[in-house]
Design a protein around this ligand. Sequence first.
Ligand SMILES: [Fe+2]
Ligand SMILES: [Fe+2]
Length: 193
Amino acid sequence: MSSGRNKQITEYKLAKELFTRGRDILLDPKSQQMKNYIQHGTTTVFEHCVSVAKFSLLMAHYLEKTLRIKCDRDSLVRAALLHDYFLYDWHDKTVPGHNIHGFTHPRTACINADRDFGLNEVEKDIISKHMFPLTFFPPRYRESVLVTLADKWCALCETFKVDVSSYIIYRVNCRIEMAENGLEQEGAAEQAF
Ligand SMILES: [Fe+2]
Ligand SMILES: [Fe+2]
């Protein structure tokens, strides 16, 4: 019983790992542009990406703990945070190609993310295939499969207004605010949470 409990990962640890691995992206004003657009329901694209990063990381954690299958967690988090970095309002009918957004935005997001943050091959595959089976080619890496699954799960929860990530979104936003205000000493961070 106790060994099973030891395998649990808490939201606190997930938030900490997510922020550490995605720090440069999360603190960049360019990625925070995603706060200006709605993804599903009332969830912004930024919140959606944090949520997808959380569930991708959670699945990676269990893959490693239960099956000893390791993932490239840096690429996993970075690409999950940027997987919808398309930077327009896909609900706006005046946006050219909005009706085929589902098919085209993975490539747009990949091009934007590579331009602004620089991507490795795993990250490119994750972002460009995350809408599989709408994308022609299937995911090539296990990290891509995890983000594809997490994305569908989060989209479902957001559409039906099931709150699965408000806590981690709050924590990530706190860490961003603290970093921006130079209050990032470990002690101060722990107190704020
Ligand atoms: Fe997407
Ligand atoms: Fe998504």
